[in-house]
Design a binder for this molecule. Structure first.
Ligand code: AMP
Ligand code: GLY
Length: 417
């Protein structure tokens, strides 16, 4: 099978890496990709938001499966265009992707499906905003209704800041603050059958100790030794299956990857948000642990035959990924800096540790930074402590002027805290 992956971050590099190791994949393409993906897939230029262009490329390549990585193309209807061209596609329709594209829509689906989530109000006027902020009190949680590339959510004790963010958006969801550790649980679904993956934890803040601004994600690990072993079954029953069933009932079945961002609160597990695609950087650690070849699973979801796919097989290993970000990320990241040390990681640390590329591109013989999050250094080990040690050893070999990374990814979990 020929596979075309759409996107160009470390998530897509992780997807391409897994697909390149799958004996059923005869040719692998990625559009637009990045310098690292170019080592495992053939790159093609494309406007990832243009469904017609993506469908035409998939047709030209003779792709038997298209995998759409990021949310923006999904919300723009790229999966619909590929499906309309008769090509199986992993990723939801634009309508079903509203689960991520509109927080108010997601809340409505959750209410209808009885899925536990924070109590919330959808507000469009300053009066409604003030009433909602007053009703919940601090800490205030204010969410832009639409897609905002990770910048739409403000959690603050500062009433003026909460109000200012709310008034800067057309429509906001204001909700109850959820206290407790966060877990990302992904499920692959064809709209009927739901297959959960292994849970992971993401580190959203820029600095050690969960300080500093929110980011796209600075690292992740899996498994979660501290989590209740029944967590996956519980979330399947209370969240994932009911949500998939509700979207099918509405006539807008969701196929692809359903990402549940969860808070484990004192009063039970609650959904913080849904995403309609693989998470980044959690995918890097989840796929590092998946033994089952990936293409057949994604194709099963794309074709509606997931019930015939054998149960997933996981490695006992733990996985850790550490994001190396550019100077001044997340504010105004500097790009164009040369990256050195990549060959040393490959020669000295492989195959258990490897570098997945996010924002990189080739400039002659050099690889240079081309985005905020630049690399996602990933390692597996017999436990989290060993995976961490291997990941940070590889991180230390990478040289990128002005770069930053967190030093505490999976540290607490590795120590059994
Ligand atoms: P999002 O951009 O939707 O991923 O949200 C960013 C982050 O805001 C989440 O990972 C949480 O840490 C935080 N957050 C969102 N909603 C809540 C909530 N209701 N209570 C506490 N924290 C929240
Ligand atoms: N890791 C958070 C996200 O992918 O949205």
């Amino acid at each position: 099978m020929k596979v075309l992956v759409i996107g160009g971050g470390a998530r897509e590099h992780a997807l391409c890496r897994s697909l390149s190791l799958d004996p059923d994949v005869s040719a692998l393409y990625c559009a637009p990709g990045n310098a690292g993906i170019a080592e495992v897939a053939e790159l093609r230029p494309v406007d990832a938001l243009d469904g017609g262009a993506v469908a035409a490329l998939a047709t030209e390549l003779g792709a038997g499966l298209v995998v759409v990585g990021p949310e923006a193309p999904l919300v723009a209807g790229v999966a619909d265009a590929v499906r309309a061209a008769g090509i199986p596609v992993f990723g939801p329709s634009a309508e079903a992707a509203q689960l991520e594209g509109s927080k108010a829509f997601a809340k409505d689906v959750m209410a209808a499906a009885g899925v536990p989530t924070a109590r919330s109000y959808v507000c469009t006027t300053p009066e409604e905003v003030d009433e909602a902020l007053d009703a919940f009190g601090a800490p205030y949680v204010v969410k832009d209704d639409g897609l905002a590339a990770g910048k739409g959510v403000v959690v603050t004790d500062d009433l003026a800041a909460a109000r200012a963010h709310a008034l800067a958006c057309d429509r906001v969801v204001i909700e109850e603050y959820l206290d407790g550790p966060e877990v990302s649980l992904f499920a692959i679904t064809d709209g009927v059958t739901v297959v959960p993956l292994q849970p992971a934890q993401d580190f959203k803040r820029a600095l050690d100790g969960d300080e500093g601004p929110n980011t796209g994600g600075m690292g992740a690990y899996s498994p979660l030794p501290w989590a209740d072993p029944k967590l996956v079954d519980e979330v399947m029953e209370l969240v994932l299956q009911p949500t998939v069933d509700e979207l099918r009932r509405r006539g807008t079945p969701f196929s692809g990857l359903l990402y549940a961002g969860l808070a484990i609160t004192g009063r039970g597990t609650r959904v913080i948000e849904f995403n309609a695609r693989f998470g980044d950087p959690e995918t890097q650690v989840v796929l590092a642990r998946l033994r089952t070849p990936l293409a057949g699973v994604l194709l099963g979801a794309a074709k509606g035959t997931l019930d015939a796919v054998p149960p997933l097989v996981w490695r006992e290993d733990a996985a850790v990924t550490v994001v190396i970000a550019s100077h001044n990320y997340p504010e105004t990241p500097r790009t164009g800096d040369p990256i050195e040390g990549l060959a040393e990681v490959a020669a000295e640390d492989g195959p258990d540790a490897y570098v997945l590329h996010a924002g990189t591109r080739r400039e002659g013989d050099a690889v240079v930074s081309a985005g905020g999050r630049v690399l996602s250094v990933t390692a597996t080990g017999s436990d989290l402590a060993q995976a961490r040690e291997k990941a940070y050893k590889a991180v230390a070999r990478v040289r990128l002027d002005g770069s930053q990374h967190r030093t505490d990814i999976a540290a607490k979990a590795a120590e059994g805290r």
